[in-house]
Write a protein that binds this ligand. Sequence first.
Ligand code: SF4
Ligand code: FES
Length: 249
Amino acid sequence: MGRQLTLSIFRYNPNIPGDQPRMQDYKLEEHEGMTLFVALNKIREEQDPSLMFDFVCRAAICGSCAMMINGRPRLACKTMTRTLPSRFTVMPLPVFKLIGDLSVDTGTWFRNLQIRTEAWIHTNKKFDPNELEVRMDNKVAEAIYEPERCIECGCCVAACVTANIREDFLGATGINRVARFMLDPRDERSDAEYFEVVGNEDGAFGCVGIMACADICPMEIPLQQNLAYVRRKMAKAGLKLDLKGFKVS
Ligand code: SF4
Ligand code: FES
């Protein structure tokens, strides 16, 4: 017989007039290989169909099941209950808009991030469908692939001190996104152009260096390294702009 688990889960539906935020306890028996995803589904199927939470892939690919599990942002489908005490808390990610209970709207946040960082290849080259594919050096392709692995789960944003107090902060995932395009030789943006996007307190210079993002990222993306890369480039660009007599804020 497995352990008796008690999940203390945040409940609040902002769409129900008069509903109040509260913690609600649910008990269930743990079984071998149980993930939090399985536990929450069991609760919804057998005890409380009104419980709201998000899942799509169940395989740490879609990023939709991130939540605060005993105080840490983690993916529910990747979290084995045996790694948790028999009583633990489950809460929604902070920073993002609450939809209800454990469900938050990360989509709008990430869409705004893509728009802000202009997360597409900027080039003046005309597309020719008959042209042969341009080969890319393996090392460059591998370097681009690292930041590309982000599944937009939002764990790094939820863990970030700055993002929790400043809503305009790009966060580690935004800086990671910028690093991805800086590394790509097809993107013709100059450092001065990137400086406009990320060379400020809401971007690469807003991080206070606690680096919880790097500890928490379920994909183990080298967020610290990417931040250092973007910061170095932006510090140099800032210096150049300053020397040219531009005002650098
Ligand atoms: Fe999630 Fe890591 Fe991407 Fe942040 S960088 S959104 S923690 S996958
Ligand atoms: Fe897709 Fe967990 S359900 S990452």
